[in-house]
Write a protein that binds this ligand. Structure first.
Ligand code: HSE
Length: 436
């Protein structure tokens, strides 16, 4: 059978990895897919550079629409990124009847509903394994491997840049800004690193995982997003003393009232495997009723790890593209007419536990007042740590770990504690998840 023909839109880090791995492993890939998979056309603004990567046998053009217009191309791989021209090109490719593979988490998290609806109408596939956690086959696991289960929650380290920063801050006691520069130099960060450090990249990814896990539409605009820019080295140290590590987690949980969808720094017990995921590595924990807890670990970025995910999608499409569209695996795991309308919960309704650090006057009755406010709010304390005041200091740090409570109650209690004349600085709050 004639090979399936692939057109790449963009041949940067992931595109060149895809080209390289497809060529290197073509014999094995063909044995798996049932026919060859060949990149026959590439569009890139830098035509000369693209030609130097793919050689003379692949047609290189500067205009992506030429790839979409080519009737011989079966699958378009979008590796441009962003919501602008990439969105236009993906919709045009779908309209032209092409299957689409994309690594573009931002595009799908924000415009997924429109894109999947267009693909459904046209009977083509849009595959996006590479959009979440790079080389880890987490989309496949959630959508297919765990299909027997009622998934209850998932929690992941899904941004390598921030995990690298947090690991370096903990290991070397470095300040946030110094490590960020290092992460940029190592090429982990997004083109706009604020997407990494403000939690936006992780929120794009957890939005996609949540949709697949619970059968709800992609709703990035309802996600709670908090990054790591305000984290202080002292909190990492105090957390350590209490037996926890701080990680930037993307969390989504099903509750009876709705779905929690959130990204924020989080204390995780140091003994959990996920707490020991270091550097730029990614990991996702999934808890489901039949299988229990599973953990997926690997490289969340990089040329060949991400290419591994892109090619897995190419093989899937090659196997399935002659199947009746109604019998293919649904884009978001659940049949489009069987999606749930369970709402995404506002952060005030999320239930979690907390780490609080407050700078307090070192005098009698301070602890009683603070714990009194928590008791009145029905918030139960799990542990307390008080730093010994330094010589000549009249203040100290009080660290409190709480049990679970609804966020609205904690907001109220924090506002009251902040009013105390003996609380000398803004209270630091970091959420905590036991993940058991
Ligand atoms: N900037 C991302 C990260 C790359 O740091 O994980 C992969 O999406």
């Amino acid at each position: 059978m004639k090979p399936i023909q692939v057109g790449l839109l963009g041949i940067g880090t992931v595109g060149s990895g895809t080209f390289e791995v497809l060529n290197r492993n073509q014999e094995e890939i063909q044995r798996r897919a049932g026919r060859g998979i060949e990149v026959t056309m590439v569009a890139d603004l830098d035509v000369a550079r693209a030609k130097s990567i793919v050689g003379a046998n692949v047609q290189v053009v500067g205009d992506a629409r030429k790839v979409i217009a080519n009737p011989d191309i079966d699958i378009v791989v979008e590796l441009i990124g962003g919501y602008g021209i990439a969105k236009q090109l993906v919709l045009e490719a779908i309209e032209a009847g092409k299957h689409v593979v994309t690594a573009n988490k931002a595009l799908l998290a924000v415009h997924g509903t429109e894109i999947f609806a267009a693909a459904h109408k046209k009977g083509v596939m849009v595959a996006f394994e590479a959009a979440v956690a790079g080389g880890i086959p987490i989309i496949k696991a959630l959508r297919e491997g765990l299909t027997a289960n009622r998934i209850q929650w998932l929690a992941g380290i899904i941004n390598g840049t921030t995990n690298f920063i947090l690991s370096e801050m903990r290991d070397k006691g470095l300040a946030f800004n110094d490590v960020l520069k290092q992460a940029q130099a190592l090429g982990y960060a997004e083109a706009d690193p604020t997407f990494d450090i403000e939690g936006v990249d992780a929120a794009h990814k957890v939005t996609l995982m949540s949709a697949i896990a619970f059968g709800v539409p992609v709703q990035f605009d309802k996600a709670y997003v908090e990054g790591i820019t305000k984290l202080e080295a002292q909190d990492i140290k105090y957390a350590e003393q209490l037996g926890y590590r701080i990680k930037l987690l993307g969390i989504s949980k099903r509750t009876t009232a709705g779905i929690e969808l959130r990204v924020h720094p989080c204390l995780v017990p140091a003994k959990r495997l996920i707490a020991n995921v270091e550097g730029a590595m990614n990991a996702v924990m999934v808890h489901a009723d039949a299988v229990g807890t599973t953990l997926y670990y690997g490289k969340g970025a990089g040329s060949e790890p991400t290419a591994s995910a892109v090619i897995a999608d190419l093989v899937d499409i090659t196997r399935l593209h002659t199947a009746d569209p109604l019998n293919r695996v649904p884009h978001l795991a659940f049949q489009p007419d069987a999606m749930s309308n369970l709402p995404i919960l506002p952060m005030a309704e999320v239930v979690t536990s907390y780490y609080l650090r407050m700078r307090v006057a070192d005098q009698a009755g301070v602890l009683a007042k603070v714990t009194g406010i928590l008791a009145n709010a029905d918030i139960s304390i799990d542990a307390v740590l008080q730093r010994e005041a330094g010589e000549g200091e009249s203040h100290t740090d009080l660290i409190i770990l709480t049990h679970d409570c609804v966020e609205a109650k904690m907001n109220q209690a924090m506002a009251e504690m902040q009013q105390l004349s003996t609380v000398l600085a803004p209270i630091t709050r970091i959420r905590k998840e036991e993940l058991n």
